[in-house]
Design a protein around this ligand. Structure first.
Ligand code: ZN
Ligand code: ZN
Length: 190
């Protein structure tokens, strides 16, 4: 049942805007009203190492419905013949979902950044919306302060931004981290 519902997420996309446009006063969906699954979907669709036919499988993995690592493991010989590092744990499900290049990079390498980026971006949008609802006017991004932070993230550390600034959008345009780990801190004037 849940699986069926999630499967419909991918198919539902082209239908939604048409339905919305037919309503006279339909307002566009605000980022903070999108579900986490929508954020996952967006990241999955952009990833060149996931087969188009495997997108739903990766989504189900991210939503902890059916994990790809629980598929039938490939033998060492099978991995060798595909040019995959024998130490990587690869299953039949990984093979169905990822491209060969993706399998060679490794499922974790391919999937973890997508998972974290979507989860953190979803949280950031929710946080900013919450700040707005509380009447907070500004926030500051705080980096983790290690070598994994990109130059842009480091340059933004502690900067004061209006709650009307969509930090997630800025990240999309500027951040080169594997996935941004910056935390948004509400600026509370006392
Ligand atoms: Zn960054
Ligand atoms: Zn960052």
């Amino acid at each position: 049942m849940l699986k069926k519902m999630i499967c419909s997420l991918f198919r539902a996309t082209p239908v939604k805007p048409v339905a919305a446009a037919s309503e006279s006063n339909a307002s566009p969906v605000m980022p903070d009203q999108r579900s986490l699954a929508d954020y996952f979907k967006e990241e999955i669709e952009k990833c060149p190492f996931i087969q188009e036919s495997g997108r739903m499988m990766v989504l189900l993995d991210f939503l902890h419905v059916e994990k790809l690592k629980d598929g039938i493991p490939l033998t060492t010989d099978e991995k060798k013949s595909l040019g995959i590092n024998a130490r990587l744990k690869i299953t039949s499900s990984h093979c169905q979902a990822l491209t060969l290049e993706g399998l060679r990079l490794g499922p974790k390498e391919v999937m973890n950044p997508l998972y974290y980026r979507a989860t953190f971006d979803h949280n950031r949008h929710q946080q900013i919306a919450k700040m707005k609802s509380l009447g907070i006017l500004h926030y500051s991004p705080m980096t983790c302060g290690d070598e994994r932070d990109c130059d842009w993230c480091m340059s933004m550390n502690g900067k004061l931004l209006s709650v009307d600034v969509d930090f997630v959008q800025l990240l999309k345009q500027n951040c080169t981290c594997e996935y941004c780990r910056c935390v948004l801190q509400a600026k509370i004037d006392i």
